[in-house]
Design a protein. Structure first.
Lengths: 360, 259
């Protein structure tokens, strides 16, 4: 029935002689953008008129108007089917905007509040001898802590994770592989505080080691390992079997095939996965809180004594509850975001550089 | 350097499913033997048992004997890796290593096997192999470009060059032309004609004309029904198979009166 309706609509809307049966009337190319502008203007107007205080509500009204107007206008001009198509398109755009707005606002807030105290001095000094209510001090000890803890965690988790994934994809058959996959899945869901408590109980209480960056790194490694296994597994599965067979048929042993053909082919994706895992643990606060204890001073040795870390530093400064500390917390948050972003960019660079080439 | 293959009482399984049953045949050295037969009759499976690639498939296992001159490929203590260095293989779809250049693709067998050689020696082998695969003139100016950038036919010849660079005794080809256009096919058929002076060649093909053109002997495989194992129906001089086969099923298949 809908089909009939649309047909009558289109036929009503245009003189039969002017167009061939395959062509139909279309709204101009600029129309979607025009509708968007009109919707935003209308939304703001409605919002202001109704006295809505929240700009979020203005935005939501605009979005609804945008989708509604798109449907109404296209249904009138182009017909029902095209209208549905355009509504789907505009919904996708609307969702995109909804997804990007918080991201943008987060970045904007962090940058605008973070740059206030972010300078060379901030990056190269610790909080040693700084009264928390006074401005000054810096994040150096926390950066060192984060680098060492994340580095150590990666040193533990990446080889284990990589080898586990290689086992699962290239060798794993039967029960053992299923059990390993199951436990990796379970580990993916372990909350960071539980990993922290486990290491606290095992490493510090039972074995009697003190608080240290390394204890934190152990907990971070537990969190990182399943992520590395999962992403590497998926990447290895993408390598076509034909390449393995080609290599085996040349008389190359299986381990060399994996090392020289399978891994190089998937190295870009594997690196991206590892970097995502690093980014995930770089922001972990709970295990650091439990195991690294926090420190105002520079401690370069991750194996002994308390350290700080960037997320912990943010938490610590924020709980101080005064303006100088708030500024430091925002600046440290900005440093953390920049750290993760640089890692991601590096990973992308490597992935692009290492990706299989097809150019002539 | 080419070797004779003597197969006796060979069956291959995927798990509990028997794919081919009780195959016995002889492949003469320095000749081309073609395998023909309907899809699913076990030609490729049988081909893969000849260099122990069958067991790479999960659940794949083999019973019976494959003698390469006087060594049983399935004898105790035989290393499948060593077997595959002796019996090379070219696959249905061209599969150059995407991370490697043309040069590295050809050198891959030698390099990955750890038989490290001097650069000059490697250069010589790469050139010789590419010339052997009739590809040298087309790629000699861009040896460092990625192998995946070549056309399909060139990629397949690159794979042949890669296979002959390790100097195998036998070359197995699993429908090497099925993904190629007639001109590339012709190039590869010419190449097979040249290669048989140095290697023992076994080729699986669905193209009857191709079998008639390139092979000295032809083996016809068939299966009794769906789910039944494939069997060797007959093997004979190609001329005889195509003019006067001794089994009615072969004649039916070749003349298209099959099923």
């Amino acid at each position: 029935m809908g089909h009939e309706m649309s047909e009558t609509l289109t036929q009503d809307a245009l003189p039969a002689s002017s167009l061939s049966p395959l062509a139909h009337r279309r709204i101009p190319r600029w129309a979607p953008a025009g509708i968007a502008v009109a919707a935003i203007a209308l939304g703001c107007g409605v919002g202001a008129a109704a006295g809505l205080a929240s700009h979020l509500q203005w935005g939501l009204i605009s979005l609804l108007l945008f989708v509604g107007l798109t449907y109404g206008i296209t249904a009138g001009v182009e017909g029902r089917r095209q209208a549905r198509d355009r509504v789907a398109t505009s919904l996708v755009w609307a969702c995109f905007v909804v997804a990007v707005v918080p991201l943008y606002s987060l970045l904007q807030t962090t940058i605008s509040k973070g740059v206030k105290v972010l300078d060379g001095n901030f990056l190269t000094h610790s909080m040693g001898g700084v009264i928390t209510t006074q401005p000054g001090g810096g994040v150096y000890h926390a950066v060192i802590g984060t680098l060492e803890q994340v580095g150590l965690a990666s040193l533990i988790a990446v080889p284990v994770g990589l080898l586990t994934a290689i086992y699962l994809v290239e060798y794993g058959r039967g029960k053992l592989a299923k059990v390993v996959t199951f436990f990796v899945d379970v580990m993916t869901g372990v909350p960071s505080i539980v990993a922290g408590l486990f290491i606290l109980a095992f490493w510090i209480i039972i074995l009697g080691f003190g608080y240290s960056g390394f204890a934190g790194a152990l907990a971070l490694a537990i969190l990182m390992m399943p992520v590395v296994v999962r992403s590497t597994e998926e990447m290895l599965k993408l390598v076509p079997n034909e390449l393995r067979e080609a290599s085996l048929a040349l008389g190359v042993p299986k381990w060399r095939t994996i090392l020289k053909v399978v891994l190089p082919t998937s190295i870009g994706g594997i690196l991206t996965g590892v970097m995502l895992a690093v980014a995930r643990i770089a922001g972990e606060t709970a295990p650091v809180l439990l195991l690294v204890f926090g420190n105002q001073l520079i401690n370069n040795n991750p194996f002994s004594g308390a350290q700080s870390s960037l997320p912990y530093y943010v938490y610590e400064q924020y709980t101080n509850g005064n303006d100088a500390s708030f500024d430091r917390a925002w600046a440290a948050a900005l440093v953390l975001i920049a750290f993760v972003m640089i890692l991601n960019l590096v990973a992308r660079g490597i992935a692009r550089w290492k990706a299989p080439k097809t150019g002539r | 350097m080419a070797k004779r293959i003597d197969v006796s009482g060979l069956s291959a399984y995927y798990g509990n499913h028997r794919a081919i049953e009780d195959i016995s045949m002889t492949v003469e050295p320095r000749s081309v033997t073609a395998f023909i037969g309907p899809s699913g009759c076990g030609k490729s499976t049988f081909l893969r048992t000849l260099n122990r690639m069958h067991e790479v498939t999960p659940g794949g296992r083999v019973e019976g004997k494959v003698m390469l001159d006087d060594e049983n490929l399935y004898g105790p203590g035989v290393d499948p890796v060593a077997v595959r260095r002796t019996v090379g293989m070219v696959f249905q779809r061209p599969n150059p290593f995407p991370t490697m250049s043309i040069y590295d693709n050809v050198a891959a067998g030698l390099r990955l096997n750890g038989t490290a050689r001097r650069k000059s020696e490697l250069d010589g082998i790469v050139e010789k192999s590419l010339k052997g695969a009739n590809l040298w003139n087309e790629v000699k100016d861009r040896l460092n470009k990625p192998g995946a950038g070549l056309s399909g036919g060139q990629q397949q010849r690159l794979c042949i060059a890669r296979a002959i660079a390790v100097e195998p005794q036998v070359l197995l080809m699993d429908e090497p032309c099925s993904a190629l256009d007639p001109i590339s096919t012709l190039a590869i058929e010419d190449l097979i004609g040249q290669l048989k002076e140095r290697f023992t060649i076994v080729i699986v093909t669905h193209n009857m004309q191709q079998a008639a053109r390139v092979s000295d002997r032809t083996a016809f495989f068939n299966l009794a029904g769906v789910g039944q194992p494939g069997r060797l129906i007959e093997i004979d001089e190609t001329q005889r198979i195509f003019s006067n086969p001794s089994v009615q099923a072969t004649e039916d298949y070749i003349s298209g009166r099959f099923g």
